[in-house]
Design a protein around this ligand. Structure first.
Ligand SMILES: NC(=O)C1=CN([C@@H]2O[C@H](COP(=O)(O)OP(=O)(O)OC[C@H]3O[C@@H](n4cnc5c(N)ncnc54)[C@H](OP(=O)(O)O)[C@@H]3O)[C@@H](O)[C@H]2O)C=CC1
Ligand SMILES: CC(C)(CO)C(=O)C(=O)O
Length: 342
């Protein structure tokens, strides 16, 4: 039997071989699906377009530090896989409301839901305590639909420290170790969180259970907001962004604005800002995911990575002039790119 007990009073038994759907067959979705399928789980993939057709015919192919892994998974454009133990939502943040609207049949009362998008998550204020407890983040859920589509009590927060790129439909390359930080929005180190971490670690994705997942969210937001929009504006790599004086001035200003905002929300940032810049430079000639989206004429994930931070800063009347200018430039570049491509 795959599904664990529905009796909340009894200790749930979490399956060793889980029924898992990965919704969104891009770089992160295919990485997770391939690793989890190769580890013996019953994995289904919600995909569309050419990716759906290719994966149906050829399966998945992941080229990562473990070598090349092939996996066969059940794949469909409709949520026909039945109720799942675990559901990963692997779209870009701006596509999450549409994706979430399509996964209802996969969600039972015990299904764990793990959204992977970068940026401020829609669940940020769920069980956060404090003055904004329970509120929504407009920038990432403008219609306020996500808490209705995804039961918040079943959502586990995730910060994904994987770098992956789609090389062809259903094929992904990743050249860094796979690491995910996971946490209950309430901060509980629950049995289900430990189960999830064990399951991922068993599939070759190092997974750490955190009591303070929002701290790590801010670390990742800092990395994304200091580099992704600037890479779109300048075409620069991470190494250039974090070393070139002409770019570092903006990086530092944005970093200070994010640090101030994170502090206002009680985040404990466990890094030295100078070390942060050094680590960024050490990433080498990496093109950010947003630069890749820009070059492909795809929408930019500016709402979750940038506009949501401004929204949170505004609640405390914190100034974010550098972040605003940078986002305006990146938005303009993105719109120009779309206009030229049309
Ligand atoms: N790639 C990376 O290295 C990292 C990415 N992340 C974050 O993870 C998230 C996912 O990133 P990534 O995998 O790179 O993104 P991709 O754009 O590669 O993949 C997103 C996938 O979601 C699919 N999708 C979107 N909407 C729907 C829908 N309604 N129904 C079905 N499929 C849908 C897209 O399909 P289609 O192509 O047809 O639009 C695409 O295959 C982002 O928030 C990103 O910032 C975080 C860390 C690292
Ligand atoms: C590599 C990194 C950390 C740069 O911000 C990233 O997450 C991205 O490209 O989206």
């Amino acid at each position: 039997m795959s599904l664990h007990s529905l009796d909340a009073a009894a200790a749930p038994t979490w399956p060793r071989r889980a029924r898992i759907t990965v919704a969104g067959a891009g770089a992160i979705g295919c990485t997770l699906a391939t690793r989890l399928a190769a580890a013996g789980h019953e994995v289904s993939l919600l995909a569309r377009g050419q990716t759906l057709r290719t994966v149906r015919e050829q399966g998945l192919r992941l080229d990562d530090l473990g070598g090349v892994t092939h996996a066969q998974v059940q794949v469909d454009s409709a949520p026909v896989f039945g109720v799942q133990d675990l559901l990963f939502l692997c779209s870009k943040s701006q596509d999450l409301p549409e994706l979430a609207a399509s996964v209802a049949p996969l969600i039972g009362p015990q299904t764990l839901i793990v959204p992977t998008p970068n940026g401020v998550p829609f669940w940020y204020f769920h069980q956060a305590g404090g003055r904004f407890d329970g509120q929504s983040v407009r920038a990432v859920d403008p219609q306020g639909v996500l808490p209705r589509l995804l039961p918040l009590a079943q959502v586990i927060g995730a910060v994904v420290f994987i770098t992956a790129e789609v090389s062809a439909p259903g094929e992904v390359q990743s050249r860094t170790p796979h690491l995910m930080m996971l946490g209950e929005p309430s901060g509980a180190l629950s049995p289900r969180l430990r189960w999830l971490c064990d399951l991922l670690s068993g599939a070759g994705i190092e997974a750490r259970a955190l009591e303070r997942i929002r701290d790590k969210l801010w670390t990742k937001i800092m990395a994304n907001l200091t580099s992704n929009p600037l890479s779109v504006v300048t075409g620069a790599t991470l190494e250039e962004i974090y070393t070139q004086p002409a770019l570092l001035a903006t990086v530092r200003q944005v970093m200070h604005e994010v640090m101030l905002t994170a502090c206002a929300y009680g985040a404990r940032l466990d890094f030295d800002p100078i070390e942060f810049l050094r680590l960024g430079a050490g990433m080498g000639a990496v093109r950010t995911s947003m630069l890749q989206d820009y070059e492909r004429g795809r929408p930019l994930e500016l709402a979750a990575i940038g506009e949501a931070v401004i929204e949170l800063a505004e609640r405390y009347e914190l100034p974010t002039p550098a972040t605003r200018s940078l986002l305006a430039l990146a938005r303009w570049r993105g719109a120009e790119r779309s206009r030229l491509a049309a």
